[in-house]
Design a protein around this ligand. Sequence first.
Ligand code: ASP
Length: 326
Amino acid sequence: MKKLLALAIAAATAFGAQAADFPAKDRPITLIVPFAAGGPTDRVARDLAEALRKPLGGASVVIHNAAGAGSTIGIAKAARAQPDGYTLLLTHIGIATAPALYRKLPFNVEKDFEYLGIINDVPMTLIAKPSLPVNNYKELSAWIAQNKGKINLGNAGLGSASHLCGLLYQSALKQEFTTVPYKGTAPAITDLIGGQIDLLCDQTTNTSPQIEGKKVKAFAVTTRQRLATPLYKDLPTLDEAGLKGFEVTIWHGLYAPKGTPPAVLKTLNDALKVALKDPEFIKKEEGLGAVVAHDKRVEPAEHKKFVQSEIAKWGPIIKAAGVYAD
Ligand code: ASP
């Protein structure tokens, strides 16, 4: 009996100590981003890493870009990492569309992760290469109809946000484009600027500086309502441009590998809540058209419920589009 009690006390102490010691000052936390550096997911990850530093007691959060296969390589890497709080994953809606897109996935979305909270919501914009000889959505839509079979659309691979948006767009138009996959929309937008591809549907966190600098042409937004910011307020939604019901908004979330101790998860979730209220972080996100999550959405249980609802929402839409990867 005494032995049992001693064991219980030892276990409780070890458990408590883990929380108190986490994160160690000399040990950086690796944040896996499953897309290329310089793109929209990398952008939010870098800004969040900075905002997390203070609430994590000065610990540094370093970004590891594990890009490829529409984010599934990086997500799988995070699923297999040591569940000690020192490896986390930041990814987007793709974690909820992958189960419908991939016949075999190297991870289980619902079983392999601890959910730490939603980070933001990001609208998308339909953009084109600067040399495209059209200047508004009506002209773009005529150009698309006249160029059947000749149009290239970039994306960040099967399961990316740009892929999902492109899929919905082609299905709404009932027209197929040649899709060109990249490891992220950072390299895709570079090729769009260079004229190697014609169109791209990408998050405002990546497109804003390029639209502002007139390096690409913007034609529409993918949200149901127009965006209020000066850069976007004159752009129609795809719904009002004639594609009734078109709507896609990208959300990002933070995850830890399954089995991460509850006290460590609590420390991380508490830090996330503080980071998402950081005025500097909010300013950066809002400046790029994103909306920072708050309240219930930053609760782990709500995050998990939301991912489950997104899996249920997108599964049938993707299945109906008949797109799969092995
Ligand atoms: N999130 C991707 C990136 O950061 C882009 C995408 O999903 O379309 O590059």
